[in-house]
Design a binder for this molecule. Structure first.
Ligand code: ADP
Length: 295
């Protein structure tokens, strides 16, 4: 099974002809609320890809919190250890203009209250084969989660997003690091993915760098890197592609598939998701991934 230690956010998205400057008001075309947060997105992706998934994190006591919990439960994600804390849920305030450009303000809200693990959290992590981590919770709890998983023999998969310098103790407890190419460049100062992967292998045993429509690159210590091309699809909305990829990758690796095949399977899932609008709402189910993977 998979445990996710991560964020839940409500994305509040306004579609506008052009973004307002400071002090200016513009009239938007439309508005949507979309359940998100990298943690919750990866949990939904992994559940739809066929794993048993539980989520550790926090929602607020506002209406968004109830919606976020309900969305996870609807996707069969276990939320018993998702705390409800007094105050607002995490929100992402997103403005999307007609060119598809965006400006985003993230307010962590309840996510910011998750600063350490409970005994229940530790026990849950101990039952999993994989712990998925991102950087949208306070860094100390991410470090604690990774270290706990490492101690208990649970595989740790870290998505280093939003990009920031990683403390050595976090890298030391990471089995698989999955940056996109921008994050890989930010972490290493190297724009070339192969060079970045090689540099990252000094800190972690396995790296996957996602390359958008170009697919992904797998690198492990002592082996030649493997580039896996992505299926060619007409992309409608790539929001959440990376989270779909990571969720599905964790499922495939947990089933014992060899890395190159697991990457190809995860890319099949991610490609299906970019063909539809939305992040979690566009994530494919296992039957659809399998059908597309075989064809
Ligand atoms: P992020 O969403 O974190 O920025 P990427 O853009 O690298 O990450 O996308 C993650 C994965 O999603 C890629 O490795 C690829 O498999 C898939 N993907 C993203 N965009 C496309 C696309 N236009 N066509 C096919 N697959 C895509």
């Amino acid at each position: 099974s998979i445990v996710v230690l991560g964020s839940t956010n409500m994305d509040l998205v306004a579609y506008v002809p052009r973004a307002p400057a400071l002090g200016e008001t513009v009239t938007g075309r439309s508005f949507r609320t979309i359940p998100g947060g990298k943690g919750a997105n990866q949990a939904v992706a992994a559940a739809r890809a066929g794993a048993e998934v539980a989520m550790i994190g926090a929602i607020g006591t506002d209406g968004f919190g109830a919606q976020l919990r309900a969305t996870l439960e609807h996707c069969a994600v276990d939320t018993d250890l998702l705390r409800t804390v007094e105050g607002p849920s995490g929100t992402a305030h997103i403005v999307v203009d007609d060119e598809g450009g965006n400006a985003i303000v993230v307010v962590p809200g309840a996510n910011g209250t998750v600063t350490s693990l409970t005994h229940g959290d530790e026990a849950l992590i101990g039952t999993a084969d994989t712990l998925l981590l991102q950087l949208e919770l306070p860094l100390p709890v991410v470090v604690e989660g990774a270290a706990t998983a490492r101690r208990l023999g649970v595989r740790t998969v870290l998505t280093p997003s939003p990009a920031q310098p990683l403390p050595p103790e976090l890298l030391a407890a990471t089995d698989l690091l999955v940056p996109n190419e921008h994050e890989a460049a930010a972490l290493t100062g190297l724009a070339d993915p192969r060079a970045a992967a090689e540099a990252l292998l000094r800190d972690v045993p396995e790296v996957v760098i996602t390359l958008g429509a170009a697919g992904s690159l797998y690198a492990a210590r002592g082996a030649e890197p493997v580039a896996v091309p992505a299926p060619r699809v007409r992309a409608v909305d790539t929001t959440g592609a990376g989270d779909t990829f990571v969720g599905a990758l964790a499922v495939a690796l947990g089933e014992g598939r060899p890395a190159p095949e697991a990457l190809a399977w995860a890319q099949t899932a991610a490609a299906l998701s970019v063909r539809r609008e939305g992040a979690s709402t566009s994530m494919p189910y296992r039957v659809d991934i399998e059908a597309a993977f075989r064809s």
